[in-house]
Every structure is written in C-alpha cells, then in structure tokens.
Design a protein around this ligand. Structure first.
Ligand code: AMP
Ligand code: GLY
Length: 420
C-alpha cells in the first residue's frame, strides 16, 4: 500500500522508519519531511495544514493510508477533510482533537467522566483570575487554554509569578491561546506518559515513557519540547497502568463517544503519580516527540498493522507485542534552543553511526545543503538506542552521541537519571 505521513520531526522520522519495515508498505511519502527522512522515503513539500491540498495530493499519488504526526493539522481538521474525501486516516477528528487543543474542554470532559485530575477554574477575565489566585495561594498552575507549542503552562511557585502569568496571558503574549486561562491545583508526584491507541470503542496500550522537559542537566533551565526520553517508565507498573485505564482513559473515551465525537488515534496521557494513584496532567492527541522515537524502536514494523487496525475500527482484533527491553533517546539541539538558534551549521559524524533495529539517529530538524547535513531547527537529532536494560540503552545512545561532530549543538548528559 501507498502511505503518506504528515510532519517533519523526529517523531515522523521514527514513524516512517518503523512503517517502512512492514512488508505491507510499498511507497512511502512524508510531507514535508526532513533530510533524514529523505534517505528512506520520498518527501513532498505540501502545506499540511491545508486539508484540501493534502486530499488532492493523496488522490494524485494513489495514497491508501494517511498517518498524521503533529497536533496542528489535527486541530485544523485535516483528518476530517481527508476522511470526507474517502481516505483511510490515522488521527482524530477536529472535534476529538479538542482534548489537546483546549484545556478547559479537557477539564470539562474529565469532570463529566469522573476522571481524577487537578481541581481547576476557567477564566476569560483577568480580574476574576487574579482574585482566584489570591484566594488559593501558591504553588499554583496557570495555563493558556489553547495550543501554545508547549509554552502555555506556568507552574508558579509564588503568588507573584502566578499573577505575572495572568498579566502576560491577558496582554496577548500567548496570542489567541491566552484569551482564556485555566488555573489548576499544583499536583506533586512523579510524571509519566502512557500511550494508548483508541478506535472509538477499543483501547490498546502501546507503551509508556518518561521525558525530560528542561533544557539542561539536573532538570534546570527553560522548558522545552523535550530533551530526551526513555521507555518503559518504571513508575508505570501494571497496577498503575490498569488504574489509569480504568479510572481516567476508559471513562474519557466513553464520554467522547457519548458526546458524538468518538476519539480515533493515539491518546498521549500525561499522568502525575503519587502514593500509587495516577491523576491526569494533560492529554495530547498524537505521539510524543521524542517519546515516539523510543516507542517505534521497541515496536518496529508492527506499528503499521496497529495504526491500520485503529483507523479501520479493528483494534479488538490486534495485539501489541513489544520486546521486553528498553529504549532511550537523546535530543541533540542547536545552541540557544529553546530560544533563537542558528540554522545552516554543518553536522558531521553521521555516516559512521550504526543504523539497525537497536541504533538509530532520527533527524528532527535537518536540511541537506550541497550534500551536507545542516541544522534546520531547534531540536535537530534524536540519538536512539535499545538495550536489554535501560543502562545498556543509555550507554549505547551516549556512545553514539559522542560520535556526532557538531560544535553548534548540545545535549543533556543525564537522560534517564531518575530511572538509572
Ligand atoms: P502541559 O503542557 O499541560 O503538559 O504542562 C507542562 C508541564 O507542566 C507538565 O509536564 C507538568 O510538569 C507541569 N504541570 C502541568 N499541570 C500541572 C499541575 N496541575 N501540577 C503540577 N505540574 C503541572
Ligand atoms: N515531549 C512532549 C510532547 O511531545 O508534548
């Protein structure tokens, strides 16, 4: 079959790498892709936020199946547009993507479903939000309601920080995303991510992971999209996973179906675990980046069968079989990330890397210029390795990272510290 993957990051490189291992995959096109993806698939420069353009491209290229990687096209309704054109699509409808695109929507769904999460209040007015913060005190969490590329959450340890966050959000620092805010109770505990496929009826777990959001070692520095991850997450025992399924995920999926907007795709559940009890931090409606790179390394080519079963509402007929092992990924970012960083700097040392089902350097933000691989974004490479233990995966991944010659890049030296 001919497959189209939408996206251009390390997540999409790992999806393409895994899908391509499945014998069902004939032609693979990734739009827009990057220099690493171009080595294993055709890349097409189309506007992936324009559902009509994607549908036309898919028809012209006899595409049988579309996998949508990032949240922006999902929130823009691209999955709906493609389904309307008769295409088979992996990814939720615009209505179901609200689980990521609106924090107040998700809180209301959790209330209706009885899913444990932080207590909260929702505001469209700055004065009322300030009064609420003064009444509740700190620590407290202030969130822009809409999509803010991972930057719309302020975990305020003092009341002054929380009040300043309100000023920023209503002053337009977060654009339209900040016109509404959710203020939440600060939850303590250990964070982990749980990934499940859902076809509207059946739920199939496909792995757990933990990531590192801060830019620098020791979990210091600014928040980023993620500087590394490992899978599985030790805190996600069978018992906690079962609780998360029974108390949070199943009731949420049932509530979405009841509203007439069933969720079909991958649900990325950010959980906070304390005293054996998981609570929801947030949902995302796509694979995590870089968590996906670890999951794909552990799942391999079977992922295509799972994504197809999900799109065709046949999840009750399939099983996820992953190796009982560990994967770890290190994000190599351009100096300056998550702030402004230079593009076009040359990266070498990639051609001597091992590249097999235990070792992969996924490209997150690269472009090929005059035959050389160059940086083309903040997060640039994802050095990923598998091993029988997390320590082994860690050792292999760091050995690979050291082979990269790129003076303009940096990476954290402590990915996985909590579990190691
Ligand atoms: P989010 O974008 O919702 O994932 O939030 C980013 C990060 O903020 C999360 O990964 C948590 O570390 C933290 N966070 C969000 N909500 C809360 C909360 N209610 N209590 C404590 N930490 C939170
Ligand atoms: N790594 C976190 C995310 O993909 O949102």
């Amino acid at each position: 079959m001919n497959i189209l993957i939408l996206g251009s990051g390390g997540r999409e490189h790992s999806l393409a790498w895994a899908v391509k291992q499945n014998p069902k995959c004939d032609r693979l096109i990734v739009a827009p892709g990057n220099a690493g993806i171009a080595a294993i698939a055709d890349c097409a420069d189309i506007n992936i936020l324009d559902g009509g353009a994607v549908a036309t491209f898919a028809e012209e290229n006899a595409i049988d199946f579309v996998i949508i990687g990032p949240e922006a096209p999902l929130a823009a309704g691209v999955a709906d547009r493609l389904r309307a054109a008769g295409l088979s699509v992996f990814g939720p409808s615009q209505a179901a993507a609200q689980l990521e695109a609106s924090k107040s929507f998700t809180k209301a769904v959790c209330d209706a479903a009885g899913a444990p999460t932080a207590t909260y209040a929702h505001f469209t007015d700055a004065a009322a939000a300030r009064d609420y913060i003064r009444a509740k005190g700190a620590p407290i969490v202030v969130k822009a309601d809409g999509l803010a590329a991972g930057k719309g959450v302020i975990v305020a340890m003092t009341m002054a920080e929380a009040l300043a966050a309100i000023d920023d959000m209503f002053d337009g620092s977060f654009g339209a995303a900040g016109a509404e805010v959710v203020i939440e109770e600060f939850m303590e505990g250990e964070e982990a991510s749980f990934f499940v496929l859902c076809d509207g009826k059946t739920i199939l777990p496909v792995g757990t992971a933990q990531d590192h959001k801060r830019a620098f070692d020791g979990d210091t520095g600014p928040n980023t999209g993620g500087m590394g991850a490992y899978s599985p997450a030790p805190v996600m025992t069978d018992e906690i996973s079962q609780k998360a399924l029974d108390e949070i995920i199943r009731p949420t999926m049932a509530e979405m179906a009841k509203r007439g907007t069933p969720f079909q795709g991958v649900l990325f559940c950010g959980l906070m675990i304390q005293n054996g009890q998981p609570r929801l931090v947030e949902y995302n409606v796509r694979f995590g980046d870089p968590e996906c790179q670890c999951l794909m390394m552990r799942l391999g080519g079977q992922i295509l069968d799972l994504l197809l079963a999900c799109a065709e509402e046949r999840l009750d007929e399939v099983q996820a079989n992953w190796a009982d092992d560990h994967a770890l990924t290190i994000v190599v970012a351009a100096k300056g990330y998550p702030g402004p960083c230079a593009k076009g700097t040359v990266i070498t040392g990639l051609d001597i890397q091992p590249s097999d089902s235990f070792h992969m350097v996924f490209h997150a933000g690269t472009a090929e210029i005059d035959g050389q691989i160059t940086a083309n974004g903040g997060r640039v490479l994802n050095v990923t390795a598998r091993g029988g233990t997390l320590a082994e995966a860690h050792e292999k991944a760091y050995a690979m990272a050291q082979m990269i010659d790129w003076p303009d890049g940096f990476y954290r030296s402590d990915i996985g510290w909590r579990a190691l």
